[in-house]
Design a protein around this ligand. Structure first.
Ligand code: HEC
Ligand code: HEC
Length: 261
């Protein structure tokens, strides 16, 4: 999968992304009638913050890919998961702290649940200093040529604020009421170009454990929501402009109908 990601990135992904952005920008519903529309300026002010959280979310999911850091990697000193894991994988935040940000107490990352890892949800609203110190903890062993000062700052934004968006979405997803029909329309407009008509064009797992969009939506909703909310470095934009209902419509559509139509 990583290979496919890389190949895609190398080829015309810039173009596709630009086209997708255009599609999103032109297809988003007006959201509100003129009377209740927010003043443009306040909307603009929100965007940079959302973007910084998104880059933070991407770093959390795969910082070596965002930083174009190719190693060398020994196994991470705190790794207490699958002994056969590829070294690079043991350094991804998500593979220890989990797709639901609950560490050993939660659903785990791409390689399952890892022992002795704290959750990070209590850091929502914490001071930047506390969070940065947590990441810089010497046991983590992140060097400045791995995580730059900017990257650290984006990660802090993600942990003190960004992660909350996904936690909120996941708790709303447990309530019913999503509109699969509307999710299908949005899918056709902004996702199908890359993921294909039945969501199976891209492998979102590994070569050994392949995963399609519908299987991901059914079995790993946390990864689904994190991935769509924050994007995937270099290959998929962050969909920060969709509102909560639209995320949930997309999740429901992908889980229930996408590979059945
Ligand atoms: C190999 C597993 C592993 C990886 C990878 C990992 N962590 Fe951790 N993390 C831990 C463990 C274990 C602790 C507890 C450390 C301790 O107390 O000695 C921890 C602690 C933390 C803390 C402090 C938590 C608190 O309660 O204050 C933060 C913040 C954190 N990690 C963020 C990150 C981020 C961000 C990344 C990726 C850039 C990351 N971690 C990657 C295992 C990992
Ligand atoms: C510009 C192409 C593109 C568009 C548009 C796009 N994706 Fe993706 N998406 C990708 C690629 C490529 C990957 C796989 C990245 C990898 O694993 O290497 C991916 C990964 C994912 C993942 C897995 C999470 C992750 O971080 O890998 C989910 C979930 C996902 N996409 C859902 C969606 C949904 C829903 C939409 C529409 C709202 C969408 N994507 C739009 C290209 C795209």
């Amino acid at each position: 999968m990583r290979k496919l990601g890389r190949t895609l990135r190398r080829s015309c992904v810039g173009l596709i992304a630009a086209a997708a952005w255009l599609a999103i920008a032109t297809s988003l519903p007006p959201h509100a009638t003129a009377g209740e529309r927010q003043p443009a300026v306040s909307k603009l002010r929100q965007i940079p913050v959302a973007w910084e959280e998104s880059i933070g979310g991407q770093l959390y999911s795969d910082w070596p890919q965002v930083m174009l850091y190719r190693g060398p990697f020994a196994k991470h000193p705190l790794w207490a998961g699958d002994a056969a894991a590829i070294n690079t994988e043991t350094w991804r935040c998500v593979n220890c702290h989990g797709w639901d940000y609950r560490g050993s107490a939660g659903v785990g990352g791409d390689l399952g649940v890892v022992a002795n890892v704290p959750g990070l949800r209590h850091l929502v609203g914490a001071s930047r200093r506390t969070v940065a110190d947590g990441i810089n903890h010497k046991n983590h062993g992140f060097a400045a040529n791995q995580l730059s000062a900017d990257a650290l700052s984006y990660l802090v934004n993600f942990l003190i604020e960004g992660q909350r968006a996904v936690v909120d979405l996941a708790s709303k997803a447990r309530q019913s009421g999503a509109d699969a029909e509307a999710g299908g329309q949005r899918y056709a407009e902004v996702c199908r170009v890359c993921h294909g008509p039945s969501g199976t064009r891209l492998n979102l797992g590994s070569e050994r454990f392949p995963e399609t969009l519908p299987t991901l939506a059914r079995t790993k909703p946390w990864k689904f929501l994190h991935g769509v909310r924050f994007g995937h470095a270099g290959v998929m934009p962050a969909f920060v402009m969709l509102d909560d209902a639209e995320f949930l419509n997309l999740l429901t559509y992908a889980a229930r109908r996408l590979d059945k139509s």
